[in-house]
Ligand binder design. Structure first.
Ligand SMILES: Nc1ncnc2c1ncn2[C@@H]1O[C@H](COP(=O)(O)OP(=O)(O)OP(=O)(O)O)[C@@H](O)[C@H]1O
Length: 252
């Protein structure tokens, strides 16, 4: 299979601290992988390494066939990283952010696409607003509109629902699902386990920077033995896996 993302033995250390240790996994077109783990597990460090924002200490990341270390421009052209706290240019309006992003990524039909994305993100009417005039949820939506503009093959999301209201959450879930149906691969980090359960096809559970479990919820459930494992909720599984009650050897 042609995976959109292939990660081999990813390691990230900050000085003596090993934040990410030996992560290996792949994500196929149309697949949503959920990255879950306790605070400090290494989720953001992993996502930032996959996005090419942080240089890994070692390991290999391949995006749409391009090695992120060797062909970084080509690889980054195929991905979007949507952080939980997006940053903007203070003096560019919403529309100018889309224009700027379009120029960076050479998006030819950006105006029509930009209008459609603003509509999808409920930002129509905010074209002339500066970031300081947007609410937290609106900023999150602008970040996502900019991220989707160049139709990335790989979408990396760190807590994508931060600051969104219930309608915004529902629309965002639909938007993410639609991108996957259109063939994008998504890696989504979140503490919101119901969201993860609803959207993700497979899960990568990490703790202490290491993979504790990798697979579909059913597969992870099946690998855990013990009372009520078959009926365990994702929250139960999360607690059991990450509290070290039983550690799993991830399958490739
Ligand atoms: N820039 C940095 N310098 C030094 N240590 C860092 C840096 N960024 C993260 N860390 C450390 O790396 C480890 C993993 O942090 P990371 O932010 O990746 O975890 P996380 O799973 O995203 O956590 P959370 O769920 O709390 O957001 C933590 O121990 C953290 O203190």
């Amino acid at each position: 299979m042609d995976f959109v993302l292939r990660v081999a033995n990813l390691e990230k250390s900050y000085g003596a601290l090993k934040a990410v240790q030996g992560l290996s996994f792949a994500v196929a077109p149309g697949e949503v992988l959920g990255l879950v783990g306790p605070n400090g597990a290494g989720k953001t460090s992993t996502l930032r390494c996959l996005a090419g924002i942080l240089p890994p200490t070692s390991g290999r990341v391949v995006v749409a066939g391009y090695d992120l270390a060797k062909d970084s421009v080509e690889a980054k052209r195929e991905l979007a990283f949507l952080p939980d706290e997006p940053r903007f240019f203070d003096y560019l309006t919403v529309w100018e952010h889309l224009n700027f992003t379009a120029r960076l990524y050479n998006v030819e039909d950006w105006e029509a696409r930009g209008r459609a994305l603003l509509e999808e993100m409920e930002l129509t009417g905010k074209e002339k607003a500066l970031p300081s005039e947007l609410s937290r949820g609106m900023k999150q939506k602008l970040s996502i509109a900019c991220g989707f503009l160049h139709s990335p093959k790989l979408i990396l999301l760190d807590e994508p629902l931060t600051g969104l209201d219930p309608i915004g959450i529902r629309r965002m879930k639909d938007s993410l699902r639609r991108r996957a149906e259109e063939g994008a691969a998504l890696v989504l980090s979140s503490h919101l386990l119901p969201l993860v359960e609803e959207l993700c096809h497979r899960l990568l559970v990490i703790a202490g920077g290491r993979a504790m479990a990798l697979g579909s919820l059913d597969a992870i459930r099946a690998r855990l033995s013990g009372p009520d494992a078959a009926n365990a909720s994702l929250e139960d599984l999360f607690v059991r896996i990450t509290s070290g009650a039983r550690t799993e050897t991830p399958s490739p």
